[in-house]
Every structure is written in structure tokens, then in C-alpha cells.
Design a protein around this ligand. Structure first.
Ligand code: SF4
Length: 237
């Protein structure tokens, strides 16, 4: 694990940019801002009209201290069910880990009506619409950052962010005004930005877990750090 401090400008701030010009945290169901993703959404609606097929809302209350940031909805996961990480492989490891560490209660059953409840935790995605091949374009990541910025801004008790993968890491840093050189990505790396603690993790995708890039033990190690950070005085609002 490495721990990095961020720039002076980041240290002066204690949350998302003050006076955000992006007050809305949830896009319209027909958000048109990314033409390629909107066209993909239309095609998915025509093919699978019973799926959610829209910008997936954040899951969990805005009063949470912990925010988990993923990449984008999976085609047959969150894009189908309408809840982040729900219904595909990535959710199996994420929700099992959140339940183990007390950031969720109930039972995860791959359905948005399974009754699972997040505890002091919220989950969102850097890009709200499912991208083809699970690969958003840089312009799409930049465009959707307005909603991510607003999501952070509406969380007054936010103290810790888990960034699942490089895209989540990069978009979080840009939102916070931190230069990448001051907070390099690495599994288990931690960075301080004002009173926010940033935790890096490899994404809990099927590819990463099947190839051994990320093991459940490695993932649990990150959440051990998060739990301990929030449990001591520095992590409380
Ligand atoms: S990815 Fe975000 S900005 Fe782009 S169309 Fe979807 S909701 Fe709108």
C-alpha cells in the first residue's frame, strides 16, 4: 500500500468544488448528451424492452460517508436491472464484501427488489449509461462527470471514496482538481484530498477476478482499510 498526499489546492478543499455548476446528480432517463451511448441505449430498448436501459441511478443514501465508484453499467447487469453492480458477476464480489464489512445488510440476490440495504455507503458509476464493449470514450467520461460531480456535492458527510479501476480513479481526481502525478493509481494505494480519503482498487470485474489480477483477499484488504479509516476519529463526520 502506498499513501500519497495531494496538491496544495486539493488540501485546501474538503469536498467537491464549491459552487458546482452541475446541480443535478441524476440524468434524465433519455439523457442525450452522449450520442453514441444514446444510440446504443435505443438499440437495447428495441431489443430488450423490459430492461432498465437508461442512466443507472446511484444506490444508497446521500448521507453516506463512503462512496464507491465503478466504471459503467454492465449490459446485462445494472443496465438490465437498474441498480449498480446488480445482476452480473462484478456484483457478486462487491456485495459479498460490503455485507462482510458491515456496509450492507440483508441478502444480495441479483435483483433490485432483493431488499439489500447499504449502510453508510453509496455506489455510483463514472459513466451512467452502458457503453458498447464496456468501454466508454474519453469524451463520454468527461461529459458524464457533471453528474458524478453533483453526486459528490450532495453528500455532506462524505469521508471516503473507493475507486474501482483507473477510469473511476481518473474521474474522481479530475472532479477533485487533483493532478494525476500527485495521486498515481495502484491497487491498495491511498490518497488524501482535504478531509477525503481516496482508496484505489482494481475493478471487481469478471475478467480481473478470473485472471487473478484481483483476488477476494486483495479486495477485502481494501475494505479493511476503509472500515478502519471510517471507524477511527479521522473518518467520522
Ligand atoms: S453517459 Fe451520462 S452524460 Fe452520457 S448520455 Fe448517459 S447519462 Fe448522459
Amino acid at each position: 500500500m502506498s499513501t500519497n498526499s495531494t496538491t496544495d489546492s486539493a488540501k485546501r478543499r474538503s469536498g467537491p468544488r464549491a459552487g458546482s455548476a452541475f446541480p443535478r446528480s441524476q440524468p434524465d432517463h433519455d439523457c442525450p448528451l452522449c450520442p453514441r451511448l444514446a444510440a446504443f441505449r435505443d438499440a437495447n430498448r428495441a431489443r430488450e424492452p423490459k430492461w432498465f436501459n437508461g442512466p443507472v441511478p446511484s444506490f444508497g443514501g446521500s448521507d453516506a460517508s463512503l462512496l464507491i465508484v465503478g466504471l459503467a453499467p454492465g449490459l446485462q447487469g445494472a443496465n438490465r436491472t437498474g441498480r449498480p453492480f446488480t445482476g452480473d458477476y462484478a456484483g457478486d464480489l462487491l456485495y459479498a464484501t460490503l455485507l462482510e464489512f458491515g456496509f450492507a445488510t440483508g441478502v444480495y440476490d441479483e435483483r433490485p427488489d432483493d431488499g439489500l440495504t447499504l449502510v453508510n455507503c453509496r455506489i455510483t458509476n463514472a459513466v451512467r449509461c452502458v457503453p458498447p464493449q464496456n468501454k466508454p470514450l474519453p469524451a463520454e467520461i468527461n461529459t458524464c462527470r457533471s453528474f458524478f460531480t453533483a453526486t459528490m456535492a450532495e453528500m455532506p458527510r462524505l469521508r471516503a471514496i473507493v475507486m474501482l479501476g483507473r477510469v473511476a480513479h481518473d474521474t474522481t481526481l479530475k472532479t477533485l482538481g487533483i493532478r494525476a502525478v500527485h495521486a498515481p493509481f495502484g491497487h491498495g494505494a491511498e490518497h488524501q484530498a482535504g478531509n477525503l480519503r481516496l482508496f484505489d482498487s482494481y475493478h471487481c470485474s469478471r475478467y480481473n477476478t478470473n485472471t487473478g489480477v484481483l483476488t477476494p483477499k486483495m479486495f477485502r484488504a481494501v475494505f479493511t482499510r476503509v472500515r478502519d479509516y471510517l471507524a477511527d476519529g479521522s473518518g467520522l463526520a
